[in-house]
Write a protein that binds this ligand. Structure first.
Ligand SMILES: Nc1ncnc2c1ncn2[C@@H]1O[C@H](COP(=O)(O)OP(=O)(O)OP(=O)(O)O)[C@@H](O)[C@H]1O
Ligand SMILES: [Mg+2]
Length: 319
């Protein structure tokens, strides 16, 4: 019993997958503890959906091993399927059916008795705020309603492990937050969530652990805080009233990089009160006037860009 409890929800070693000569996964290792949210981050085409497909038995790996909910994905696909739910990047909702009919259909697929299927559908419609729309065809639903229905359909089978492939892409801020709350409630109920996302704030908000996928490998893994600590990027930006003040400050703060046009200096800093006091003290000692001071600590965007070498958001004019 204890060994089952402590067994990870998802464990993968050395997963490889190529399409033709295009290597998508190049030795992927993953370990996801039960009852946690694990987020896989990666740029478009990094291999996130491919990973989800392999772990959910929809696609075979070329090499490597994976166990999900204690079962081997290659040798015991049926046992894996019975234990998981997948909400794909592309919805499983039948738009010609109503929300209620979609849910009842899932209940039938899971061989639930009629009454039980009806009860579960009603409960999910209520839980996902779809009761009012239950009898309308899904073709009339908004994007957010479709996402909720899609996830509700996944939950009909009471899965232990749920794969959410970009669950909030295209949703407005309120619908995203509603989806986040649903994820938190599921985890509180003991479910394990494997989440892929392009929104780093989403991973920051929800994930216990995050892995960054780049060129077919996990290039970094840890909590959001651990990942942020791994990269430089925290700095203080100082702006001055005139070039003389800027020159004087440069002479005092040797590690800084200057931006002559903006009359600004960027000084590496962890943003702590102590380091700010020291910095201000050094400027005060020489009576250097600062117009404006702002502190920036690294966020997951910085981590992602630093680790995947994508320079698109680098718009800082200093140096
Ligand atoms: N069936 C397939 N045949 C050929 N190439 C494929 C196939 N499926 C995926 N690929 C390729 O594998 C790479 C990874 O695709 P995948 O869908 O896993 O990326 P992703 O990280 O989910 O991207 P996105 O963020 O755009 O959803 C892409 O270059 C894609 O073109
Ligand atoms: Mg994808």
């Amino acid at each position: 019993m204890t060994s089952t409890q402590s067994r990870p929800a998802i464990a993968a070693t050395g997963l490889r997958k190529s399409f033709g000569d295009h290597v998508v996964l190049d030795g992927l290792d993953l370990n996801v503890a039960r009852g946690t949210v694990f987020s896989l981050l990666g740029a478009n085409g990094a291999g996130k959906t491919t990973t989800v497909k392999i772990l959910s038995t929809l696609l075979g790996a070329d090499a490597g091993d994976a166990q999900v909910a204690g079962h081997d994905v290659a040798r015991e696909p049926d046992a894996v399927r019975a234990a998981i739910g997948v909400t794909g990047q592309f919805s499983a909702v039948d738009k010609l059916l109503t929300g209620e009919e979609n849910l009842r259909l899932m209940a039938d697929l899971h061989h639930l008795a009629r009454g039980e299927g009806r009860r579960r559908a009603a409960r999910l419609l209520e839980q996902f705020d779809l009761t009012e729309a239950a009898r309308k065809p899904a073709s009339t639903y908004s994007g957010g309603m479709l996402r909720r229905l899609d996830l509700a359909m996944t939950l009909v089978g009471s899965p232990q492990v749920i794969f959410l492939d970009e669950p909030t892409t295209g949703l407005d801020p309120r619908s995203r937050r509603a989806m986040w709350q649903i994820v938190r409630d599921l985890v509180a109920g003991g479910v394990t969530i494997f989440l892929t996302t392009q929104y780093l704030d989403e991973a920051d908000e929800l994930a216990d652990r995050i892995a960054v996928l780049d060129r077919g490998r996990v290039v970094a893994e840890g909590t959001a805080e651990e990942l942020k600590r791994r990269i430089p990027g925290g700095h203080v930006r100082l702006r001055f009233a005139d070039p003389q003040c800027l020159d004087a400050a440069v002479a005092v703060l040797d590690e800084s990089s200057r931006d002559n046009d903006a009359l600004a200096l960027r000084v590496p800093s962890d943003g702590s009160l102590r380091s700010l006091k020291t910095l201000i003290g050094r400027l005060d000692d020489r009576a250097i006037e600062v117009e404006e001071l702002s502190v920036r600590t690294p966020d997951l965007d910085d981590v992602f860009l630093a680790l995947t070498g994508n320079p698109t958001r680098e718009k800082v004019t200093t140096r």
